[in-house]
Design a protein. Structure first.
Length: 388
């Protein structure tokens, strides 16, 4: 037990070291999230160093702390968030400096002033207008009172330093490789298309087997869950993309050499519909596989052409994933052979559906629902499809 417990922290440290090494390799190899993190970190350090040089070296300020501190924390993920947080943080710093000085004037004692102003400032930090910058009000009050300089000139001096740091931090973030988050939208869309194809491939493989796996419907449902999680990630990436494009003019974006042809939001809606169809299909199959439910799965002779139809749709999803990664705007229509195969499979399944309708209503309902979802998936995954 002791050896196992001792090995666990070592294993965690090794796993973290491997993760750091992988991230470093990705940052070195080419553009991506890891390289963006490195760039933003170095920009924050550069902004703090520049603010220190301006305040301490050029302006000869012996207490040049506020400027680099504010500049460091204002190099945010987007230029818009930098400006918003600059306003929030500067307001919080002003409140902290003024409250701290007023409390010192009232009590005449540093400890009493801290006891008087810090609780009020911490309560004020929860005000939604401050965002997550409200805590800087309390820390500024502690800093002002601990330094012992609470005169009007000293407070004004610190506020000037904070303003200087805010200007430098926002300027560095806006004009030095401004952060533009467009890759994540494309990568998440491509991943959503690829994973949709993988789920459909898994369903097709399961339906095509003679000996059905009773655990397969649960696995398909887990795959649909992963698709929905990927869809939420895509929506978050889209929100970051919108925010990163605010206040960043085209010349500034050109500095990053980031592709500006981000996929349209119509692609998000299309793959959202595909995800919904996959979810509905997996639910139908889960119900059909449950012996306690009334519907029953169609005959294996029907499931084989249906599995081939799903494989055809999965191929279209994989092709769409490649298109999105390559950055091609136009969607390729289905080739004649694939469309002919789909029509043939559709005709076979329609004939089977009519046969089921004359024998058993439960199986007819299941097959009809499955066929409807397959047609919906094909129409969304491949453009220009005429519906029979």
């Amino acid at each position: 037990m002791g050896r196992s417990a001792g090995a666990r922290p070592v294993g965690l440290v090794c796993a973290e070291a491997r993760a750091v090494a992988r991230a470093a390799r990705k940052a070195w190899r080419g553009p991506g999230r890891e390289r963006d993190m490195v760039v933003q970190s170095l920009k924050a350090a550069a902004a703090a160093l520049l603010a220190w040089c301006v305040a301490r070296v050029w302006l000869d300020d012996p207490m040049a702390l506020m400027a680099p501190w504010v500049a460091l924390v204002l190099v945010q993920a987007t230029v818009y968030s930098s400006l918003m947080q600059a306003a929030q943080q500067f307001t919080a710093i002003c409140a902290g400096a003024l409250f701290g000085s007023a409390a010192q004037a009232v009590t005449g004692d540093t400890t009493g002033a801290l006891a008087l102003c810090v609780p009020v400032l911490m309560l004020l930090a929860n005000w939604p207008r401050f965002g997550d910058q409200g805590v800087y009000g309390a820390t500024t009050a502690v800093f002002v009172l601990a330094s012992g300089s609470v005169s009007a000139s000293a407070v004004g001096h610190r506020l000037g330093q904070a303003a200087l740091g805010a200007v430098i931090g926002v300027a560095v973030n806006a004009f030095v490789l401004p952060p533009v988050h467009l890759r994540d939208v494309r990568h998440n869309l491509a991943a959503l298309a690829r994973e949709a194809g993988e789920v459909l491939d898994a369903i097709a493989a399961g339906l095509g087997r003679e000996d059905g796996d009773r655990e397969a419907p649960a696995d398909w449902s887990h795959g649909a869950d992963r698709l929905e999680h990927r869809l939420e990630t895509l929506r978050a990436a889209r929100a970051w993309s919108r925010e990163s494009l605010r206040l960043t003019d085209r010349p500034l974006r050109a500095l990053r050499r980031v592709p500006s042809d981000v996929p349209s939001e119509e692609e998000d809606e299309r793959w959202s519909r595909i995800t919904g169809h996959v979810r509905t299909l997996t639910r139908t199959l889960a119900v059909a596989a449950d012996d306690r439910r009334a519907p029953a799965p169609p005959d294996p002779a029907v499931l084989r052409p249906y599995a081939r139809l799903l494989s055809l749709i999965a191929e279209a999803c994989h092709a769409e994933a490649g298109r999105l990664l390559d950055g091609r705007r136009a969607r390729r229509p289905a080739d004649d052979e694939a469309e002919e195969t789909r029509r043939d499979l559709h005709a076979q399944l329609q004939a089977r559906l009519r046969e089921h309708a004359g024998r058993e209503a439960a199986r007819t309902a299941v097959l009809g629902s499955m066929l409807l979802q397959a047609e919906n998936l094909w129409a969304e995954a491949v453009p220009g499809i005429a519906r029979e």
